[in-house]
Design a protein around this ligand. Structure first.
Ligand code: NAD
Length: 260
């Protein structure tokens, strides 16, 4: 389905991004992996995807907190592959504290990585996609792009911003062969959420299993985590012919979180 297409997935050395990268490779896309981690682990991930799916996979360690580096990632990909078809803005971080105690540096970092990186990436990618008359931009927002929770001022602000940015880019690219959509996951058991489970377990003196159940029962009516593979499948769908007329919207994969 995506043979000959080139995809960038930011923050794809772990969690949801890695799940998305694997699903796009399974569908035949060549890939640019991005994110932090041990060089040897990243190389193992890169070569395994290449081997398993017979696609070309390169790694670029661009820091998504820096606008110039984000734009450099797009330019380097176009220089290397001669095209860019799919941009998945996925890299993200979390920090929790009441708004009056929220460290300004954490606010700046979350806004930079979870929101501004998508702006810089999209701004740099859209001209190439328009030239090709085909492009798919997928912004990984969150249930927190649609509703709020306490202690997540920066994250909720950034994710709501991501949904707004998605609408604007969907309108600006309508009719050009380029689409832009947001995907809004509920809880997915990745390192980002594992830390929140550990924090609950420590605060309440309960086990990891109990803390995970508590996290789910508070927000996610299905009482089950969504998986990185399912998120990858959603992104692959948005890149399919069936999704050609889907643009400027937000698709929830949240077990019912935002239905109530
Ligand atoms: P994760 O911590 O497993 O992965 C985050 C990825 O981003 C890693 O590859 C990391 O190296 C990369 N990254 C972090 N800072 C970076 C930077 N400055 N430059 C480049 N890469 C950087 O987290 P995850 O849960 O897979 O989260 C992925 C995305 O999904 C995030 O945007 C997150 O907000 C969103 N999300 C996650 C959940 C969830 O329940 N896990 C729910 C909704 C939305």
């Amino acid at each position: 389905m995506l043979k000959g297409k080139v995809a960038i997935v930011t923050g794809s050395t772990s969690g949801i991004g890695l799940g998305i990268a694997r699903e796009l490779a399974k569908a035949g896309a060549d890939l640019v992996l991005n994110g932090f981690g041990e060089a040897s682990e990243i190389e193992a991930i890169r070569s395994a995807i290449e081997r398993e799916h017979g696609v070309r996979v390169v790694y670029d360690g661009a820091d998504m907190s820096k606008g110039d580096a984000v734009r450099g990632l797009i330019a380097a990909t176009i220089a290397k592959f001669g095209r860019l078809d799919i941009l998945v803005n996925n890299a993200g971080i979390q920090f929790t504290a009441p708004v009056d105690e929220f460290p300004a540096a954490k606010w700046d970092a979350i806004l930079a990585i979870n929101l501004s990186a998508a702006f810089h990436g999209i701004a740099a990618a859209v001209p190439q996609m328009k030239k090709q008359r085909w492009g798919r931009i997928v912004n990984i927002a969150s249930a927190h792009g649609l509703v709020a929770s306490t202690h997540k001022a920066a994250y909720v602000a950034a994710k709501h911003g991501m949904v707004g940015l998605t609408k604007v880019v969907g309108l600006e690219t309508a009719g050009t062969g380029v689409t832009c959509n947001a995907v809004c996951p509920g809880w997915v058991r990745t390192p980002l959420v594992e830390k929140q489970i550990s924090d609950i377990a420590a605060q309440r003196g309960i086990s990891q299993k109990q803390a995970a159940e508590e996290l789910l029962s508070e927000k996610q009516p299905s009482l089950d985590f969504a998986s990185p593979e399912q998120l990858g499948g959603t992104v692959a769908f948005l890149c399919s012919v069936a999704a050609e007329q889907i643009t400027g919207t937000a698709i929830s994969v949240d077990g019912g979180w935002t239905a109530r």
